[in-house]
Design a protein around this ligand. Sequence first.
Ligand code: NI
Ligand code: MN
Length: 231
Amino acid sequence: MSATLKYHGHACFSMAANGKRVIMDPFVSDNPQAVEGVDDIEVDAVLISHAHSDHLGDGIEIAKRTGATVIATYELALYCQREGVENVFPMHIGGAHEFDWGRVKLTVAHHSSSIVTEDEIRAISNPCGFLVTMGGKTLYYPGDTALSADIELIGRLNDLDAATLPIGDTFTMGPEDAIIAAKMLGAKLNIPMHYDTFPVIEADPHEWVARLESDGLNGRVMEPGEEIELP
Ligand code: NI
Ligand code: MN
């Protein structure tokens, strides 16, 4: 049993196993860290944690071009459908579903979810995180969230092979809180995300990984474009 994880920069990852690939928070065309072009992304499902532009990103366009299914909270999935996505699968926090490529469970995220245009600021659904199981490997992708006691429960109930954790502060948990989250989760591997994309979320991922390892946990800084085998 095996699965790979690829980093696309910011909070965008894709996970692949058995010839299927899913992408989480496909912020590509406006992502200064992205290596691939948006037209190079080929996926079977698009998981979107919340509607902020650095997460919804190119999700609608990618789903329309590839025929991938958008998996998101109820209102955000319906929003994508109204924007022309053919295949959507609305879910909600606490719920899990088995797809032909793997399993997804939506987790609590402490954040917001909105679309901001010149004319209005519109809240759309709740933010969430994802537990994704493919090829026998389980990833916790928390989306944008604060540290909370919910994370301890996720760690207690799941045998996690990897966790991606925001470390950029300001809008999400920062480096200190992400260390506490990693301890609560007990994942085999911890990967930092949501940093350095914009000046206001600058952080040192190598220092963060060194601190994790001094506490006996495993961490790895992924470079945009890099793909690794999950432990
Ligand atoms: Ni956000
Ligand atoms: Mn964000």
